[in-house]
Design a binder for this molecule. Structure first.
Ligand code: MG
Length: 161
């Protein structure tokens, strides 16, 4: 078994679409980033990449690469899924904590889990997403940004024979 941890933060700014957990959430603020700013998918990717000793998302998708500007993060997650498969690993489960005052995660949890598990080709029960506030404290409390923690557990497939 291999475990990996991921962490990501993106600023929330006015006039940008909000993509989080592979879905678009209505509102007047969105996450700023070189890609679509989906901090939840980025943290999950970093957790998986950490478990298979493949660095982090920035190693595979450098933020000075113009070709990935504005790219939806689902593409990064699909790339990571293929890397896992090619290296002979199987994803056991993911657990993620989205630290945010706004938007609240609960109404979108189920759709996020369905979206992410579909991209990863795993059962939805293997993906867990939880929302958490900081009771108004810090940058997340001031609604200036969203932080995400994620862990991933993977199993290395045994060689046949
Ligand atoms: Mg990021």
């Amino acid at each position: 078994m291999r475990v990996g941890i991921g962490y990501d933060v993106h600023p929330l700014i006015e006039g940008r679409r909000l993509y989080l957990g592979g879905i678009e959430i209505p509102g007047n603020k969105g996450l700023l980033g070189h890609s679509d700013g989906d901090a939840l998918i980025h943290a999950i990717c970093d957790a998986i990449l950490g478990a298979i000793s493949e660095g982090d998302t920035g190693v595979h998708f450098p933020d000075n690469d113009e070709s990935i500007k504005g790219m939806r993060s689902e593409k990064i997650l699909s790339y990571v899924r293929e890397l896992v498969r090619n290296k002979g690993f199987v994803l056991m489960n993911i657990d993620a904590v989205v630290v945010t005052e706004e938007p609240k995660i609960h109404p979108y949890r189920k759709t996020m889990i369905e979206t992410i598990s579909k991209i990863l080709h795993v059962e939805p029960t293997r993906v867990s997403i939880k929302g958490k506030t900081t009771e108004g404290l810090g940058f997340t409390g001031r609604k200036e940004g969203i932080a995400v923690y994620a862990v991933a557990l993977l199993e290395e497939k045994q060689e046949q024979g």
